[in-house]
Every structure is written in C-alpha cells, then in structure tokens.
Design a protein around this ligand. Structure first.
Ligand code: NAG
Ligand code: NAG
Ligand code: NAG
Length: 461
C-alpha cells in the first residue's frame, strides 16, 4: 500500500513539476496580443487614415473610365519610360536573340487621378488597382517571348501622387530578337535593341519618351561569360505602319565578344596542330610511316576541329573570320601532307635516273653479276633497255644454267639512253632534300606572316 501511495505521490509530483513550463509558454503566447492592443489612441488614427484612403480611392475609381485615355480629345498623352536591367543572359548567335531581366517603369499623368493633398502625397497601391484605371498598352515589337514574374505575387506596383502622376513598375523577362552579323566572329561586337511601342495608340494618342538621360540603366552586377557589356544608348522615333504612325523607343546594348575562350579552345590548338605538321619536314625522308601518319593525323584533327567549331554556330552562308583562320590552318596542314607526296615522287624519280656517267657500257660474260645487280635496282630500266636491244637486233644466246639471259661475249654495246622526259622548269633538278629544307623555313614564315596580317586586319575592323 505504502509503495502505491509513494508511487502516486511521485507521479503527482512529476505532473506538478512538468506543468510550469506549459503555463509559461501559454503566457508567452498571450503576451503578444496584449501588447498590441495596449495603444488604443494611435489605432484609431490609423483606422481614420485607412478609411480616408479607402474613401479617396473609391472616389477616384468611381469617376474613372478606364476605357478612355487621359486628355481624351486633347493633345497626346506623354508616357515616359525607364528601364533598369538586372540580368542579361543567353546572348545567342544560334537563335539570334538575347534575354533581359528588367524593371520596366512607365510614368504618365492622369489628371482624373489627382486629389486634394490633405491625406497623403503619394499612394503605393496593390496591383489590383491596375484593373480599374487606364494604363498604356505598351509592348516590345522585337520580342520573341516574355513573361511576368509571379513569385510570390505579381511583381509590379502602382504609385499615384496627388497631382495624378502614375508610376507603374513591372518586372519582366524579355527575350528579344537581335540579328547579328558574324563576319568578324569571334572578334565581333554585337548591338542588340529593345524596342518599346504602344500596340494600339498612334502618335495622336500616345507619345513615348525616355525619362531623362539616364532612362536606361544596367545593374553593375550584370556580367556575361562570353561577352563584355559595352555602352548603351537610347533613341526616340516615329515609325509609319499601315495602321498609322507610332511612337517607338529603342534602347541599344553593345556586346563585345570575349576572345579568350576562342583563343584557348580554337586558335591555340589549331596553331599547334599546324606546328605539329611541320615535324614531318625534320624527319628522315625514308620514314614513310612516320611522315604519312603525321600528315594524315593533322589533316583529320583539323577537319574535326573545323566541324566541331561550326556545329555550335548558325549555318551562315558567308565566311566568318574564324573560318578564314581554320581554313588557312587546314590549307597549311594539307600542304605539308602534299609536300611529302612531292618528296616521295622526287625520290622515286631520282632512284630511276642513274646519276653516274651519261653513257654506260654493258659488260659481257664476267659482268653478268653486275648486270644482275642493276636489274634488281630497276625493273623499268631493264624492260626499256631490253626492248632497245631487241630493236637493235641483238640476239641473246640461250643461257646455260645459272644465268637466264646472257649477253653475247665481246659485244660492248653502249647503253641506249633511257626515254626519260626531263621535267620542264626547276623540277628537273630539284632534289628531295632541297624541298624539305625549303619547307622547313617557308611554312613557318608563311604562317607567321598570316598571323600578323590576320590579327591586324580583324582587330582594326
Ligand atoms: C480623415 O478625413 C477627415 C475629414 O474627412 C479629417 O478630419 C481627418 O483628419 C482625416 N484623417 C487623417 C488621419 O488624415
Ligand atoms: C517625361 O520626360 C521628359 C524628359 O524626357 C520630361 O520633360 C517630361 O516632363 C516627362 N513627363 C512626365 C509625365 O514625367
Ligand atoms: C505619318 O507621318 C507622315 C510624316 O512623317 C505623314 O505624311 C503621314 O500622313 C502620317 N500618317 C498618319 C496616318 O498620320
């Protein structure tokens, strides 16, 4: 029994000791509303202000027809625009467009929304109010697609001051068309425009203006990986369409392409491939496999580099400056492969032309071995010489065993000249060694001169 009593007492003790924190937290929760309900005087004035503003807005909207522009029948309404660019992304030469994130602010004066300034000087109102007042039907003529930002609510606001000046700010992402000329790619700079116009109201109803000299600003944190953002400027103009004349604003953004990526990925590797192809000139002329392998490999590597480079670019039908560079590199690599073909031809020809005395005598009898050696050397020569023997009506005696064709004893016949046509011009005397020596210097000099001309021409463009 006593154990039960002790146990129940203990449990009660636990319950009692457990309770205080709960009570404390309850008190804490109760504390906040109590604190806020304490000042009653200020709350009343707040309520008064709220009521006054509500009444004011109701009054403004009640007399407002949102279907009709301000100053209807009078002079056109001026709509001022400012744009603050917060992000520029995806300047794409493949799709010829670029994407901007911007705050578009439109400022206009609607006298119907003016009020006596005893309540507030300016009111920032929820975007729902937009549905009840007139707003300009601004659009971007060169836009491809664009969207509002809706997180967490529609990213826009409306501010009205007591004189009826309305400021509407919207956060937008706009992908705009930007035709690019890639003639000097990748040393090019592109100019992309963002155009602003009214869709329906002609110059009789709306005139757009940039709001001051600094109407277009770019956030200083805007950076692009492959472009440097240059200057930007903006113009105002009127364009004539079949439906009337419209006021159009244009902001231009300059993008200067960063060459670094292309230097590392294309210019440097392709120059190295060209240099590798020159290794062939320093190798032994007899090293056929090594020289052909270098030639073919460098040609194939250049082909791959050209194909992969152009795969990420639009299929333009004109020659870009990158194409010029890669084309010349390919030409040099190809020429060094052809150089070996020329060497091979010269070597073959020189082998078939005996460099010794112009008149040779066939030895007879004992000289059979010598003749055998020379026969091995060139089959063509033997054939031609044999033909001539036959023409000269010299008959061979049948051989007796070891040697097939035995030349008659004591017949010392001068060897007929080989019907070899000497090449016209310098080729007749050129030796393969000279070609290699010439190439060793001519190819690098040509490449260096090409580099100098290429860079001076395209950098000055
Ligand atoms: C609200 O309007 C009334 C008159 O309509 C004025 O007396 C009062 O001071 C206004 N309240 C505030 C907070 O402006
Ligand atoms: C619009 O901007 C021009 C200057 O560009 C200025 O003269 C004019 O007062 C502005 N209009 C409004 C309604 O702010
Ligand atoms: C548009 O402007 C031109 C002059 O710039 C004028 O000749 C033409 O009549 C105007 N068109 C309309 C519809 O107002």
């Amino acid at each position: 029994m006593t154990t039960w009593i002790l146990l129940s007492l203990f449990l009660i003790g636990v319950v009692i000791t457990e309770h205080p924190p709960l009570i404390k937290s309850d008190k804490l929760i109760e504390y906040a509303p109590q604190a806020s309900t304490e000042p009653t005087l200020g709350d009343q004035s707040n309520e008064n202000l709220e009521n006054n503003v509500t009444r004011l807005l109701d009054k403004l909207i009640a007399s407002h027809d949102r279907r009709i522009r301000p100053n209807y029948g009078g002079p056109p309404i001026e709509v001022n625009i400012t744009a603050h660019v917060t992000t520029i992304s995806a300047v794409s030469e493949v799709s010829m467009d670029y994407t901007l994130d911007l705050y578009l602010r439109q400022i206009w004066k609607d006298p119907r929304l003016a009020w006596e300034s005893d309540v507030e000087d300016s009111l920032t109102i929820g975007i729902d109010m937009v549905k009840t007042i007139w707003t300009p039907d601004t659009f971007f003529p060169n836009e491809k697609k664009s969207f509002f930002h809706e997180a967490t609510s529609h990213n826009s606001f409306l501010r009205i001051d007591s004189h009826g000046n309305v400021l509407r700010s919207i956060r937008l992402t706009v992908t705009a068309n930007c035709p690019m000329s890639l003639h000097t790619f990748p040393l090019d700079r592109q100019e992309c425009a963002l155009e602003v116009e009214s869709y329906g109201y002609s110059t009789k109803d709306i005139i757009y203006h940039w709001h001051g000299a600094n109407a277009v600003t770019i956030d200083e944190n805007v950076h692009l990986a492959h472009f440097t953002i240059g200057e930007h400027y903006h113009i105002e103009r009127t364009i004539s369409l079949s439906t009337g004349n419209y006021s159009r604003l244009t902001a231009y953004f300059m993008f200067k392409r960063n060459i670094g990526f292309y230097l590392i990925q294309i210019y440097f590797p392709s120059s190295l491939i060209v240099v590798i192809s020159w290794v062939s000139f320093w190798l032994n002329r007899e090293a056929v496999q090594a020289r052909v392998a270098i030639g073919v490999t460098t040609v194939l590597t250049m082909t791959t580099l050209m194909t992969s480079t152009n795969a990420s670019l639009p299929k333009v039908s004109y020659v870009k400056s990158l194409d010029v560079f890669l084309g010349v590199c390919f030409f040099i690599v190809f020429a060094s492969l052809l150089e070996y073909a020329a060497i091979g031809y010269l070597m073959k020809r020189n082998r078939s032309v005996p460099a010794a005395s112009p008149v040779q005598y066939y030895e007879t009898g004992d000289g059979v071995l010598k003749r055998e050696a020379s026969r091995k050397k060139s089959r063509n020569r033997r054939d031609s010489s044999m033909k001539n023997y036959q023409n000269n009506n010299i008959h061979h005696r049948p051989s007796d065993g070891h040697v097939d064709q035995r030349i008659p004893l004591l017949s010392m016949v001068p060897m007929p000249p080989i019907p070899f046509k000497p090449q016209n011009g310098a080729w007749g005397k050129v030796r393969p060694a000279q070609v290699d020596l010439f190439s060793r210097f001519a190819f690098p000099i040509f490449f260096v001169i090409f580099h100098i001309i290429y860079w001076t021409y395209y950098i000055n463009q």
